[in-house]
Ligand binder design. Structure first.
Ligand SMILES: [Mg+2]
Length: 162
């Protein structure tokens, strides 16, 4: 697991670091979609079970930079502040994401985040696969195991710009 800036951890609350980190992502990679997965913080066990039933997964890193670059499918960033620690769920998730060819880093301060983002922005944008048109998705999409017909056509799929 790659840790950056751990020798000088952010002294404030992670909430404040998160806001600054997101702004930095928008500034340094303005054309790239980046989002925060808000699954941190403390929740009671009932709320946690409800969220997990909806598909919220424990251990997903704080930020995702949705742009394949260099040899990576995208960039996941886990933010940590002074006194923080990587949980077992986070460690397992980061191992999984690394094995799926994502760049993954635990970042402990904003200088380290800037270094990471400038490095990632410098990598060549890649397209390991070409996006399919809706017509191509319909043509090559899933087929019903019963009829052998394309399932998306049975659902009335049509190409649309909306
Ligand atoms: Mg965090």
């Amino acid at each position: 697991m790659l840790h950056l800036g751990k020798e000088a951890p952010y002294p404030g609350k992670e909430y404040h670091m998160q806001k600054a980190a997101y702004r930095m992502c928008r500034f340094l990679l303005p054309d790239v979609l980046t989002w925060h997965t808000p699954n941190g913080g403390h929740r009671d066990s009932v709320e946690a079970k409800l969220l997990m039933a909806d598909g919220v997964v424990s251990g997903v890193p704080d930020l995702f930079v949705a742009s394949p670059r260099g040899r990576f499918a995208g960039l996941f960033i886990e933010l940590k502040v002074k006194g923080g620690a990587v949980s077992p769920d986070q460690a397992r998730m980061m191992d999984y994401l690394t094995n799926q060819c994502f760049a993954v880093a635990v970042v402990w301060n904003l200088d380290a985040l800037e270094t990471l983002l400038r490095w990632y922005a410098s990598l060549e944008t890649i397209r390991p696969l070409q996006p399919l048109s809706i017509d191509e998705i319909i043509e090559t999409g899933p087929r019903s195991p019963q009829t052998g017909k394309q399932s998306v056509l049975q659902l009335g799929a049509v190409a649309s710009n909306q």
